[in-house]
Design a protein around this ligand. Structure first.
Ligand SMILES: [Zn+2]
Length: 333
Protein backbone atom coordinates (compact mmCIF):
# COMPACT_ATOMS: atom_id res chain seq x y z
CA UNK A 1 0.00 0.00 0.00
CA UNK A 2 1.57 3.24 -1.16
CA UNK A 3 -0.88 5.47 0.67
CA UNK A 4 -4.58 5.69 1.46
CA UNK A 5 -6.58 3.98 -1.27
CA UNK A 6 -3.43 3.12 -3.24
CA UNK A 7 -2.86 -0.65 -3.40
CA UNK A 8 -0.45 -2.07 -5.97
CA UNK A 9 0.74 -5.59 -6.70
CA UNK A 10 4.44 -5.59 -7.46
CA UNK A 11 7.33 -7.99 -7.84
CA UNK A 12 9.72 -7.70 -4.91
CA UNK A 13 12.67 -9.86 -3.85
CA UNK A 14 11.63 -13.20 -2.35
CA UNK A 15 12.03 -13.35 1.43
CA UNK A 16 14.84 -15.45 2.82
CA UNK A 17 15.92 -16.82 6.18
CA UNK A 18 17.45 -13.96 8.19
CA UNK A 19 17.56 -15.52 11.66
CA UNK A 20 18.02 -19.22 12.53
CA UNK A 21 14.50 -19.13 14.07
CA UNK A 22 12.84 -18.01 10.80
CA UNK A 23 10.81 -20.01 8.32
CA UNK A 24 9.86 -19.05 4.79
CA UNK A 25 6.47 -20.26 3.63
CA UNK A 26 4.80 -20.34 0.24
CA UNK A 27 1.42 -18.69 0.73
CA UNK A 28 -1.50 -20.89 -0.34
CA UNK A 29 -4.21 -18.37 0.58
CA UNK A 30 -4.16 -14.92 2.16
CA UNK A 31 -6.88 -12.38 2.76
CA UNK A 32 -7.74 -8.78 3.51
CA UNK A 33 -8.53 -7.83 7.10
CA UNK A 34 -10.92 -5.19 8.37
CA UNK A 35 -7.90 -3.70 10.13
CA UNK A 36 -6.16 -3.30 6.73
CA UNK A 37 -8.83 -0.69 6.06
CA UNK A 38 -7.49 1.64 8.78
CA UNK A 39 -4.43 2.62 6.66
CA UNK A 40 -6.48 2.29 3.45
CA UNK A 41 -8.82 4.97 4.80
CA UNK A 42 -5.93 7.10 6.04
CA UNK A 43 -6.75 6.61 9.73
CA UNK A 44 -3.46 4.77 10.36
CA UNK A 45 -0.35 6.17 8.70
CA UNK A 46 2.41 3.55 8.55
CA UNK A 47 5.70 4.20 6.76
CA UNK A 48 4.73 4.04 3.10
CA UNK A 49 4.92 1.89 1.15
CA UNK A 50 3.70 -0.81 3.55
CA UNK A 51 3.73 -4.53 2.74
CA UNK A 52 0.23 -5.66 3.61
CA UNK A 53 -1.39 -8.76 5.03
CA UNK A 54 -1.11 -10.63 8.31
CA UNK A 55 -3.36 -13.66 7.75
CA UNK A 56 -1.87 -16.67 6.04
CA UNK A 57 -1.77 -20.38 5.44
CA UNK A 58 0.93 -21.98 3.38
CA UNK A 59 3.52 -24.65 2.78
CA UNK A 60 6.85 -24.46 4.57
CA UNK A 61 9.61 -23.91 1.98
CA UNK A 62 12.66 -23.49 4.15
CA UNK A 63 13.49 -23.27 7.86
CA UNK A 64 16.39 -21.81 9.82
CA UNK A 65 18.87 -23.99 11.69
CA UNK A 66 17.08 -23.62 15.06
CA UNK A 67 13.59 -24.50 13.83
CA UNK A 68 12.41 -27.96 14.89
CA UNK A 69 8.63 -27.88 15.23
CA UNK A 70 7.77 -27.42 11.55
CA UNK A 71 9.51 -28.73 8.47
CA UNK A 72 9.54 -28.13 4.72
CA UNK A 73 6.47 -29.49 2.96
CA UNK A 74 4.11 -29.10 5.92
CA UNK A 75 0.93 -27.06 5.66
CA UNK A 76 1.02 -24.41 8.37
CA UNK A 77 -0.94 -21.52 9.80
CA UNK A 78 0.25 -18.59 11.88
CA UNK A 79 -1.11 -15.30 13.08
CA UNK A 80 -0.36 -11.57 13.09
CA UNK A 81 2.19 -11.64 15.90
CA UNK A 82 5.12 -14.00 15.99
CA UNK A 83 5.74 -15.34 19.49
CA UNK A 84 8.21 -17.73 21.07
CA UNK A 85 5.37 -19.57 22.87
CA UNK A 86 7.78 -20.32 25.72
CA UNK A 87 8.16 -17.11 27.76
CA UNK A 88 6.19 -16.54 30.93
CA UNK A 89 3.63 -14.32 29.17
CA UNK A 90 3.10 -16.86 26.37
CA UNK A 91 2.69 -19.68 28.87
CA UNK A 92 0.07 -17.64 30.70
CA UNK A 93 -1.97 -17.55 27.48
CA UNK A 94 -1.04 -14.12 26.11
CA UNK A 95 1.15 -15.00 23.13
CA UNK A 96 0.18 -11.73 21.44
CA UNK A 97 2.10 -9.93 24.21
CA UNK A 98 5.09 -12.30 24.05
CA UNK A 99 8.24 -10.64 25.41
CA UNK A 100 9.86 -11.48 22.04
CA UNK A 101 6.83 -10.51 19.98
CA UNK A 102 7.34 -9.47 16.37
CA UNK A 103 4.68 -8.28 13.95
CA UNK A 104 4.10 -10.37 10.86
CA UNK A 105 3.16 -8.45 7.74
CA UNK A 106 3.46 -8.84 4.01
CA UNK A 107 1.34 -11.99 3.85
CA UNK A 108 -0.64 -10.74 0.83
CA UNK A 109 2.12 -12.20 -1.28
CA UNK A 110 3.47 -15.42 -2.77
CA UNK A 111 6.07 -15.96 -0.06
CA UNK A 112 6.41 -14.85 3.56
CA UNK A 113 9.17 -14.91 6.15
CA UNK A 114 7.81 -15.89 9.56
CA UNK A 115 10.01 -15.08 12.58
CA UNK A 116 10.07 -17.33 15.69
CA UNK A 117 8.68 -20.11 13.53
CA UNK A 118 8.73 -22.76 16.26
CA UNK A 119 6.47 -20.73 18.49
CA UNK A 120 4.38 -19.09 15.80
CA UNK A 121 3.47 -21.71 13.21
CA UNK A 122 1.17 -24.67 13.74
CA UNK A 123 1.10 -27.53 11.23
CA UNK A 124 -2.23 -29.06 10.28
CA UNK A 125 -2.59 -32.88 10.52
CA UNK A 126 -1.95 -33.13 6.76
CA UNK A 127 -2.42 -31.22 3.53
CA UNK A 128 -6.04 -30.05 3.71
CA UNK A 129 -8.64 -30.55 0.99
CA UNK A 130 -9.16 -27.37 -1.03
CA UNK A 131 -12.59 -26.70 0.42
CA UNK A 132 -11.17 -26.75 3.95
CA UNK A 133 -8.49 -24.13 3.27
CA UNK A 134 -10.64 -20.98 3.70
CA UNK A 135 -11.90 -22.29 7.04
CA UNK A 136 -8.35 -22.85 8.27
CA UNK A 137 -7.27 -19.43 6.97
CA UNK A 138 -10.09 -17.81 8.97
CA UNK A 139 -8.44 -19.09 12.16
CA UNK A 140 -5.33 -16.98 11.40
CA UNK A 141 -7.03 -13.85 12.70
CA UNK A 142 -10.78 -13.32 12.49
CA UNK A 143 -11.84 -16.61 14.09
CA UNK A 144 -9.07 -16.46 16.70
CA UNK A 145 -10.04 -12.88 17.45
CA UNK A 146 -13.76 -13.64 17.69
CA UNK A 147 -12.89 -16.60 19.92
CA UNK A 148 -10.88 -14.37 22.26
CA UNK A 149 -13.73 -11.84 22.28
CA UNK A 150 -16.17 -14.56 23.31
CA UNK A 151 -13.83 -15.91 26.01
CA UNK A 152 -13.06 -12.41 27.31
CA UNK A 153 -16.81 -11.72 27.46
CA UNK A 154 -17.29 -14.98 29.43
CA UNK A 155 -19.70 -16.38 26.84
CA UNK A 156 -20.93 -19.79 27.93
CA UNK A 157 -23.89 -21.90 29.04
CA UNK A 158 -26.80 -19.90 30.41
CA UNK A 159 -25.41 -16.63 29.09
CA UNK A 160 -26.99 -14.03 26.86
CA UNK A 161 -24.30 -12.67 24.55
CA UNK A 162 -24.63 -9.50 22.48
CA UNK A 163 -22.24 -8.81 19.62
CA UNK A 164 -21.46 -5.27 18.48
CA UNK A 165 -20.14 -5.30 14.92
CA UNK A 166 -21.18 -7.45 11.96
CA UNK A 167 -17.83 -7.71 10.20
CA UNK A 168 -15.98 -11.01 10.01
CA UNK A 169 -14.79 -10.80 13.64
CA UNK A 170 -18.27 -10.03 14.97
CA UNK A 171 -19.79 -12.87 12.94
CA UNK A 172 -17.15 -15.30 14.17
CA UNK A 173 -17.65 -13.99 17.70
CA UNK A 174 -21.20 -15.30 17.26
CA UNK A 175 -19.90 -18.67 16.05
CA UNK A 176 -17.51 -18.76 19.01
CA UNK A 177 -20.19 -17.87 21.56
CA UNK A 178 -22.40 -20.61 20.14
CA UNK A 179 -19.53 -23.11 20.25
CA UNK A 180 -18.85 -22.14 23.86
CA UNK A 181 -22.47 -22.94 24.72
CA UNK A 182 -24.13 -19.52 24.98
CA UNK A 183 -27.88 -19.76 25.45
CA UNK A 184 -28.94 -16.66 23.54
CA UNK A 185 -26.95 -14.58 21.07
CA UNK A 186 -28.02 -11.12 19.96
CA UNK A 187 -26.37 -9.85 16.77
CA UNK A 188 -26.30 -6.09 16.22
CA UNK A 189 -26.48 -5.64 12.45
CA UNK A 190 -28.47 -3.76 9.87
CA UNK A 191 -27.22 -5.61 6.78
CA UNK A 192 -29.44 -8.40 5.56
CA UNK A 193 -26.74 -10.70 4.18
CA UNK A 194 -24.74 -10.36 7.40
CA UNK A 195 -27.84 -10.96 9.52
CA UNK A 196 -28.40 -14.17 7.60
CA UNK A 197 -24.87 -15.43 8.27
CA UNK A 198 -25.21 -14.31 11.90
CA UNK A 199 -28.27 -16.54 12.21
CA UNK A 200 -26.47 -19.44 10.53
CA UNK A 201 -23.68 -19.04 13.07
CA UNK A 202 -26.08 -19.12 16.01
CA UNK A 203 -27.61 -15.67 16.53
CA UNK A 204 -31.08 -15.99 18.08
CA UNK A 205 -32.01 -12.29 17.87
CA UNK A 206 -31.08 -9.38 15.62
CA UNK A 207 -30.96 -5.77 16.76
CA UNK A 208 -30.75 -3.21 13.97
CA UNK A 209 -30.61 -0.10 16.12
CA UNK A 210 -27.28 1.45 17.03
CA UNK A 211 -25.93 3.62 19.83
CA UNK A 212 -28.33 4.37 22.70
CA UNK A 213 -31.28 2.96 20.73
CA UNK A 214 -29.36 -0.30 20.30
CA UNK A 215 -28.62 -0.39 24.02
CA UNK A 216 -32.32 0.17 24.75
CA UNK A 217 -33.26 -2.80 22.53
CA UNK A 218 -30.73 -5.06 24.29
CA UNK A 219 -32.21 -4.03 27.64
CA UNK A 220 -35.74 -4.76 26.39
CA UNK A 221 -34.61 -8.24 25.35
CA UNK A 222 -32.98 -8.95 28.72
CA UNK A 223 -35.60 -7.92 31.30
CA UNK A 224 -34.05 -4.46 31.54
CA UNK A 225 -30.73 -5.83 32.79
CA UNK A 226 -28.46 -5.91 29.75
CA UNK A 227 -26.53 -8.86 28.35
CA UNK A 228 -24.24 -11.01 30.51
CA UNK A 229 -21.56 -10.88 27.83
CA UNK A 230 -20.90 -8.36 25.08
CA UNK A 231 -18.35 -8.79 22.31
CA UNK A 232 -17.11 -5.47 20.91
CA UNK A 233 -15.73 -5.99 17.40
CA UNK A 234 -15.46 -2.52 15.88
CA UNK A 235 -13.09 -0.30 17.85
CA UNK A 236 -14.81 3.09 17.79
CA UNK A 237 -16.00 5.30 20.65
CA UNK A 238 -19.61 4.59 19.72
CA UNK A 239 -19.19 0.81 19.54
CA UNK A 240 -17.23 0.65 22.80
CA UNK A 241 -19.80 2.68 24.73
CA UNK A 242 -22.60 0.67 23.11
CA UNK A 243 -20.90 -2.49 24.38
CA UNK A 244 -20.35 -1.20 27.93
CA UNK A 245 -23.89 0.19 28.22
CA UNK A 246 -25.46 -3.00 26.84
CA UNK A 247 -23.74 -5.09 29.54
CA UNK A 248 -25.48 -5.81 32.82
CA UNK A 249 -23.89 -4.97 36.18
CA UNK A 250 -21.34 -7.67 36.87
CA UNK A 251 -21.20 -8.66 33.20
CA UNK A 252 -18.23 -8.87 30.87
CA UNK A 253 -17.20 -6.97 27.77
CA UNK A 254 -14.70 -8.66 25.45
CA UNK A 255 -13.29 -5.91 23.24
CA UNK A 256 -11.39 -7.02 20.17
CA UNK A 257 -11.99 -4.22 17.65
CA UNK A 258 -8.69 -2.34 17.32
CA UNK A 259 -9.43 0.81 19.35
CA UNK A 260 -9.20 4.07 17.43
CA UNK A 261 -9.86 7.28 19.37
CA UNK A 262 -11.66 5.46 22.19
CA UNK A 263 -11.76 7.32 25.52
CA UNK A 264 -13.58 5.80 28.45
CA UNK A 265 -15.47 8.02 30.91
CA UNK A 266 -14.09 6.98 34.30
CA UNK A 267 -17.12 7.69 36.42
CA UNK A 268 -19.52 5.89 34.11
CA UNK A 269 -17.16 2.94 34.01
CA UNK A 270 -16.91 3.00 37.82
CA UNK A 271 -20.66 2.79 38.31
CA UNK A 272 -21.23 0.31 35.45
CA UNK A 273 -19.80 -2.65 37.38
CA UNK A 274 -18.67 -4.20 34.09
CA UNK A 275 -15.54 -6.23 33.52
CA UNK A 276 -13.50 -5.10 30.52
CA UNK A 277 -11.02 -7.43 28.90
CA UNK A 278 -9.64 -7.45 25.40
CA UNK A 279 -6.80 -6.44 23.14
CA UNK A 280 -4.95 -8.21 20.35
CA UNK A 281 -6.12 -11.81 20.50
CA UNK A 282 -3.61 -14.48 21.57
CA UNK A 283 -4.58 -16.44 18.47
CA UNK A 284 -1.54 -18.72 18.74
CA UNK A 285 -2.87 -20.22 21.94
CA UNK A 286 -6.20 -21.14 20.33
CA UNK A 287 -4.88 -22.51 17.03
CA UNK A 288 -4.57 -26.20 18.03
CA UNK A 289 -8.15 -26.29 19.32
CA UNK A 290 -9.54 -24.28 16.40
CA UNK A 291 -7.69 -26.37 13.81
CA UNK A 292 -9.10 -29.49 15.42
CA UNK A 293 -12.67 -28.15 15.23
CA UNK A 294 -12.19 -27.13 11.59
CA UNK A 295 -10.36 -30.31 10.55
CA UNK A 296 -13.22 -32.37 11.94
CA UNK A 297 -15.73 -30.08 10.18
CA UNK A 298 -17.46 -29.02 13.38
CA UNK A 299 -17.28 -25.30 12.51
CA UNK A 300 -17.21 -23.48 9.19
CA UNK A 301 -15.70 -20.02 9.82
CA UNK A 302 -14.61 -19.64 6.18
CA UNK A 303 -18.15 -18.65 5.20
CA UNK A 304 -17.15 -15.07 6.02
CA UNK A 305 -15.18 -15.05 2.74
CA UNK A 306 -17.77 -13.86 0.24
CA UNK A 307 -15.36 -12.73 -2.46
CA UNK A 308 -12.36 -14.62 -3.82
CA UNK A 309 -9.85 -12.86 -6.06
CA UNK A 310 -6.42 -13.57 -7.43
CA UNK A 311 -3.57 -11.76 -5.71
CA UNK A 312 -3.24 -9.56 -8.82
CA UNK A 313 -6.72 -8.21 -8.10
CA UNK A 314 -5.91 -7.16 -4.53
CA UNK A 315 -6.75 -3.50 -5.19
CA UNK A 316 -10.30 -4.49 -6.16
CA UNK A 317 -10.51 -6.56 -2.98
CA UNK A 318 -9.70 -3.51 -0.87
CA UNK A 319 -12.31 -1.45 -2.72
CA UNK A 320 -14.94 -4.14 -2.19
CA UNK A 321 -14.29 -4.28 1.55
CA UNK A 322 -14.06 -0.51 1.87
CA UNK A 323 -17.49 -0.18 0.18
CA UNK A 324 -18.81 -3.00 2.36
CA UNK A 325 -19.68 -4.92 -0.82
CA UNK A 326 -17.72 -7.83 0.66
CA UNK A 327 -17.50 -9.05 4.25
CA UNK A 328 -14.04 -10.50 3.71
CA UNK A 329 -11.91 -11.04 0.64
CA UNK A 330 -9.82 -14.16 0.03
CA UNK A 331 -6.68 -13.72 -2.08
CA UNK A 332 -5.25 -16.53 -4.18
CA UNK A 333 -1.56 -16.16 -5.11
ZN1 LIG B 1 6.65 -15.44 24.54
Amino acid sequence: MYGPGDVRVEDVPEPSILAPTDAVIRIVRACICGSDLWPYRGVDTPDWPAAMGHEYVGIVEEVGADVGNVKPGEFVIGSFFASDNTCEICRSGYQSSCVHRQGVTGAQAEYLRVPLADGTLVATPGIPDDDLVPHILAASDVLGTGWFGALAAHAGPGKTVAVVGDGAVGLLGILSAKQLGAERIIAMSRHESRQQLAREYGATDIVEERGDDGVERIKELTDGLGAHSVIEAVGTQESMMQAIRATRAGGHVGYVGVAHGVELPGQELFFSHTHLHGGPAPVRGYLPELIDLIWNRKIDPGKVFDLELSLDEAAEGYRAMDDRRAIKVLLRP
